[in-house]
Write a protein that binds this ligand. Structure first.
Ligand code: RP5
Length: 162
């Protein structure tokens, strides 16, 4: 079993600029992860194998990003009990509403924790994964508390014209 507990998967290379934002948060917080291209439609066998081995490989959270007919997060949730955080990638044709609807409306029994569309959703997926990991890692919990406090402290009391 490796010490990588967070898996980040995405349907296409074209999702990487968005999904990279989740990795940047995890880098900042010192959380180890792996990143893979796993497509529900183009590499279904890879999807199945990733889901089949997720528990035995020690993964504790999977962040799954996809756009358009975004079936990857839901299919992964159907294959493993490892919690899946879904990121709807913004699309050109429908602005990511297609991705959001594809990910969020899971049938009872197979949940996907669905984030916002696009960059905020990807960053928040990293933060949510870190929060889950922090439940059993006090040093990470401290780093996450400090990260959150720094963000709050950076918000000015008043608006300015600058
Ligand atoms: C989805 O189709 C991927 O997640 C991606 O967001 C979208 C478009 O993929 P490409 O045609 O850019 O490879 O499977």
């Amino acid at each position: 079993m490796s010490n990588v507990k967070v898996g980040i998967i995405m349907g296409s290379q074209s999702d990487w600029p968005t999904m990279k934002l989740a990795t940047e948060i995890l880098d900042e917080l010192g959380v180890a992860y792996e990143a893979r291209i796993v497509s529900a439609h183009r590499t279904p066998d890879r999807l199945w194998e990733y889901g089949r081995t997720a528990v035995e490989r020690g993964l504790q959270v999977i962040i799954a990003g996809a756009g358009g007919a975004a079936h990857l997060p839901g299919m992964m949730a159907s294959k493993t009990r490892v919690p899946v955080i879904g990121v709807p990638v913004q699309t050109k044709a429908l602005s990511g509403v297609d991705s959001l609807y594809s990910i969020v409306q899971m049938p009872k029994g197979f949940p996907v924790a669905t984030m916002a569309i696009g960059s905020a959703g990807a960053a928040n997926a990293g933060l949510l994964a870190a929060g889950i990991m922090a439940l059993t890692d006090p040093a990470l919990a401290k780093r996450l508390d400090d990260w959150r406090a720094a963000l709050s402290a950076s918000i000015p009391d008043e608006p300015s014209d600058d």
